[in-house]
Design a protein around this ligand. Structure first.
Ligand code: ADP
Length: 244
């Protein structure tokens, strides 16, 4: 479903991604861990071209973008629609209700029929446990509820892959579980997911594969049992000893 080859990203003098190669099969959940500043978020943002890679090739489902050559601006929107992104800071439209937030993309970007979009949005909000909060504005919702609206909003665009950038980092601890549960349900339904998170329990319970990144490269990857109980690389061992 996803293939990344030779992905580099440079911000001015700073090389943040130094050659990432990654394949993710359809329906798999990959959790990306690593110290702050190691390039996890940048890699995720490159996957849906919120950051333009300096070089490399990204292939998602049946589309690919080759950043070793000039890219036409017209290629980006259809490529971006393959992925749905969930951010740390929810990024909901504050003047729209939960339902309107979820309907916005399919109505304005995809120009889908409004009544059909409404039906689907109600289904999605019900699925994330917010069927009774359709008409609430973001300020009337808890952080965990807002983040679940964020997930429903991303799903409304019918992406092939869901990208999560530290989706629970801004939440009070008691609200983390409800968001992780929605993510686990999604994983169990077969969604292909790439998740940057500090939630090691989620990684252990839901990941098919864990990637450890440091210094802009993937240092080690493997099944969660292997990475957490018998990491091979010194840097992985060090990182895990600090957080576990
Ligand atoms: P992580 O998600 O692992 O914490 P990031 O991908 O956020 O790491 O950041 C990696 C490095 O890239 C950091 O040194 C960060 O300061 C830098 N960086 C990220 N975004 C930008 C940007 N837009 N401009 C300049 N530097 C950036």
């Amino acid at each position: 479903m996803i293939s990344i080859k030779g992905l580099h990203k440079q911000f001015d003098q700073l090389e943040v991604l130094k050659g990432i190669d990654l394949e993710v099969e359809k329906g798999k959940v990959v959790v990306v861990i690593g110290p702050s500043g190691s390039g996890k978020t940048t890699m995720l943002r490159c996957l849906n071209i919120l950051e333009t890679p300096t070089s490399g090739v990204i292939h998602i489902e049946d589309q690919s973008l080759d950043f070793n050559k000039p890219i036409s601006k017209r290629e980006i929107p259809p490529f971006r629609r393959l992925t749905g992104m969930v951010f740390q800071s929810y990024n909901l439209f504050p003047h729209m209700t939960a339902l309107e937030n979820v309907m916005e993309g399919p109505v304005t970007v995809k120009k889908n029929n409004k009544e059909e979009v409404r039906k689907k949005a109600v289904q999605l909000l019900t699925k994330v446990g917010l069927g009774d909060k359709l008409d609430y504005y973001p300020f009337q919702l808890s952080g965990g509820q807002q983040q679940r609206v964020g997930i429903a909003r991303a799903l409304a665009m019918e992406p092939k892959v869901m990208l999560f950038d530290e989706p629970t980092s801004a939440l009070d601890p008691e609200l983390v579980g409800e968001v992780l549960k929605v993510m686990k349900d999604l994983a169990n339904e077969g969604m292909t997911m790439v998740v940057v998170t500090h939630e090691m329990r989620f990684a252990k319970e839901a990941a098919d594969e864990v990637l450890f990144m440091d210094g802009g490269v993937i240092i080690e990857r493997g099944k969660p049992e292997a990475i957490f109980s018998s990491p091979k690389e010194e840097r992985t061992k060090q990182f895990l000893s600090l957080i576990q």
